[in-house]
Design a protein around this ligand. Structure first.
Ligand code: HEC
Ligand code: HEC
Length: 303
């Protein structure tokens, strides 16, 4: 604050506190003319309302005076009286810096402790899971959902079902988060709509869902020559390519005939961003533990 403004503030404070103090001293002594009936003689509403005269109650004076002293005391101890710092030398910036430093020390110690543990052990640590939940809702929930159940519009997988595109060990999950993933399902529209429909029926048959048996049989040979390159001979997927298991009734993009046809006709390209440049390695370690926990909650070992 420039010294001009500082003096302006000091002047205002002295004026206001001084005026209040003067009123305190003066008001009890001030003589107000009072009529014999105890009123000032002021009348409103045709005599319905008249102005009485009562001294201020003692409790009111005592509390007000205490507030007055508190205000003076505050200006002595804390900043506020122009640019004076106050005898306690307190400032919100210093308090924030102290709190931040204390938090950083606590967090560093926690991250160091967790850094020495495996992802699987981090998953079982309650403190790590609390931190992981916060990191997850800040960075991952937009695509994977607040509870990690995924989003079929983005092809963001459910992270709670222990079914993995790229593998579910602590190391696999860490790699997914660090480097990101990009699954490429090529479009097959060139095969023509009837073939796409037949393939979709065959895909439905793989997970034992209601399907048109004749259409599925017509789609099978093409599946076995073309699609198995990525989805595997039995359609169980390939974690090296992120090609999903088509036999498990778990769908990235939805398992209705229409959704499956769209997938086959137009292809899909799910993109998991790489977090390595954005999040520190210790944060990614904690997140990997949290994701591992999400998918193993039913398993006592990782509780
Ligand atoms: C922009 C949307 C988006 C965000 C944000 C995002 N993800 Fe993903 N994630 C995806 C998609 C899409 C996939 C599937 C990629 C694919 O199909 O190849 C995926 C895949 C994954 C996988 C692999 C799952 C498997 O089955 O192998 C993990 C683990 C994962 N994400 C964790 C995270 C974590 C942890 C975060 C937060 C740091 C995060 N994701 C943030 C979209 C996102
Ligand atoms: C080049 C490898 C590759 C080939 C060939 C391939 N796919 Fe895929 N497919 C993928 C990948 C990778 C995904 C996951 C896409 C993503 O993560 O966004 C996928 C996803 C799918 C899905 C969506 C599954 C879900 O959970 O929603 C279906 C259905 C599918 N493929 C069927 C087929 C059929 C039918 C063929 C043969 C015509 C085929 N794929 C050929 C790699 C392939």
């Amino acid at each position: 604050m420039s010294s001009g403004w500082s003096w302006w503030v000091i002047g205002l404070i002295i004026f206001n506190l001084g005026l209040t103090f003067f009123l305190f001293l003066w008001a009890p002594r001030a003589k107000v003319p009072v009529l014999p009936d105890g009123t000032t003689g002021h009348v409103w509403a045709h005599g319905v309302l008249r102005e009485g005269m009562h001294r201020l109650p003692r409790w009111w004076i005592v509390i007000s005076f205490a507030m007055y002293l508190l205000a003076v005391g505050y200006f002595v101890l804390y900043p506020g009286f122009g640019d004076r710092k106050g005898t306690l030398d307190w400032s919100s910036a210093k308090e924030l810096a102290t709190d931040t430093a204390a938090n950083a020390t606590k967090l560093d110690a926690l991250l160091k402790r967790l850094g020495a543990m495996s992802v699987e052990a981090v998953a079982a640590d309650p403190e790590a899971r609390k931190l992981g939940a916060r990191l997850f809702s800040d960075n991952c929930a937009a695509c994977h959902g607040a509870a990690g159940h995924g989003n079929p519009l983005l092809g963001a997988p459910d992270l709670t079902d222990n079914d993995w595109l790229y593998g579910g060990t602590g190391q696999d999950i860490t790699t997914s988060i660090q480097g990101g993933r990009a699954g490429v399902m090529p479009p097959w529209n060139a095969l023509g709509e009837p073939v796409v429909k037949n393939l979709a029926q065959y895909v439905l048959s793989l997970s034992g869902q209601p399907h048109d048996a004749a259409a599925a049989a017509a789609g099978e040979p093409l599946f076995k020559t073309t699609c198995i390159a990525c989805h595997g001979a039995e359609g169980k997927g390939n974690p090296l390519l992120g090609a999903p298991d088509l036999t498990d009734k778990i769908w990235l993009y939805g398992g209705t005939p229409a959704a499956i046809e769209t997938t086959i006709r137009d292809g899909r390209h799910g993109q998991m961003p790489a977090w390595s440049p954005r999040l520190s390695d210790p944060d990614i370690h904690v997140l990997a533990g949290y994701v591992y926990h999400l998918s193993h909650r039913g398993n006592a070992a990782a509780q």
